[in-house]
Design a protein around this ligand. Structure first.
Ligand SMILES: [Zn+2]
Length: 108
């Protein structure tokens, strides 16, 4: 069984030396977390608990500047960072997909 939630954060970033993304600009990042496991008594995980865990991690970065956090804030590196932070909190196997604006994403 899979269970998913979607959250959003707004952040600024730039990619050093990149011809187009080298100037500071912002994105709305859509964060999709899908946990996987066996439901017990009709429930895999309470949505509220999952949202609390994910929101606490995302709150660190929302309305912040990714370049203060990492050297090269590509969507791949952002996905990797958020995956590491969530892995420390979630007891289930999960997939994380990070959308940078519309139609572009990275998944782990
Ligand atoms: Zn960008």
């Amino acid at each position: 069984m899979k269970l998913g939630i979607i959250e959003y954060i707004d952040c600024a970033h730039f990619l050093p030396e990149h011809p187009k993304c080298g100037k500071v600009h912002g994105h709305t990042y859509k964060i999709e977390v899908v946990v996987q496991g066996e439901p017990k008594d009709g429930m895999l995980l309470d949505f509220r608990d999952l949202k609390t865990q994910v929101r606490e991690v995302l709150a660190t970065y929302d309305h912040g500047h990714w370049n203060d956090v990492m050297e090269y804030p590509s969507v791949e590196n952002i996905c990797q960072l958020l995956h590491t932070r969530l892995q420390a909190r979630l007891a289930f196997e999960f997939t994380l997909r990070v959308f940078e604006g519309h139609g572009k994403w990275a998944e782990m």
